[in-house]
Ligand binder design. Sequence first.
Ligand code: TRP
Ligand code: SF4
Length: 404
Amino acid sequence: MSSVVSSQRVLSGMRPTGRLHLGHYHGVLKNWVKLQHELECFFFVADWHALTTDYENPQKIEESVWEMVIDWLAAGINPGSATLFIQSKVPEHAELHLLLSMITPLGWLERVPTYKDQQEKLKEKDLSTYGFLGYPLLQSADILIYRAGQVPVGADQVAHIEITREVARRFNHLYGREPGFEEAVEAAIRKMGKKQTKVYLDNRRKYQEKGDEAALESARALVNDQQNITLGDKERLLGDLEGGGKIILPEPQALLTPASKMPGLDGQKMSKSYGNFISMREEPDAVDEKIRRMPTDPARVRRTDPGNPQNCPVWQLHEVYSDDSIRGWVDHGCRTAGIGCLDCKKPVIDAVQAELEPIRKRAADHSRNPDLVRTIVAEGCEDAREAARDTLEEVRAAMGLSYR
Ligand code: TRP
Ligand code: SF4
């Protein structure tokens, strides 16, 4: 990763699916909440991506957008720490998508595994559209327009980050060599002063001739530490080191989110379409009811039949919510028929209730105050646009489109 500017910037998005459930909370949102305190974060609603599959039913997208944003806020995403916005309110994504489409070979898009997989899976929809083929490239534009270095995603999205890296590489290769690049690099090197220049050139040679990674690292650090050269010069030097041109669009990295351990009520992955979820705003009575009704180890027909937690979805919830002492109590009590299944479920019910109480309250506050939610997002969109415009200006210039 070679950008000076934004390698620490985080970007991620979600398609608007409406209200979120505990699977989203444990799998994605808790991670976002943590990241927002550590790095500069941009989180957005991918409403255009929703249209690639739901173009026949676009009316439901709007409500889904706001319900999802409310759940993000309820989870603890803080607009003071992270920039929250909606994709379609930042049209710069679309312009970058268009420009990138000029240099993206069709084969790259056809070979992305999700392309065929999703067409198979969503057979009832006609996904032989231009927009759907371009799904990963739109995602590339989402990422590259912010020059994000880190993209938290699940394993299913890794192929999309990979194509993003390829597109960025191709872009830099084609357009990173501005006229006079070599001269500009020479001038920038000299600005570092005699001693530093020598260190830079030594390290560059060691890397370029022998592939010495440590030398590359030292040279990068040296460049990043320079006080008296411009950001543009820093980027030229970083591009020079790796033998490419200037790096206009840095290659992002997937920040793989560990697969959520959060099971659904039936032990399968928690999912809206399986109907096995607890929503983030589930009412206390419904939480109680849903967990009480959960299936347990089928061997425990009567209270006196011993069971095995390994065959029970409730155990998976204990793995998320309980400490060692409770788990020990469950394991022993289940195997000896010392406890009943309702006894066993009680600590899980309490833990879920405790977790949801503040979330539900924050969601209710935001639902009562839609103007505030809209203001938060409108401000996020403004900030996002500003960052996006910076990139787009450089992209246009690199592609020879900055005439007036
Ligand atoms: N495709 C992603 C998903 O389905 C959503 C998404 C769109 C995204 N653009 C993105 C995620 C950019 C990360 C970065 O989950
Ligand atoms: Fe499942 Fe607990 Fe009942 Fe054992 S005691 S079967 S772990 S609910």
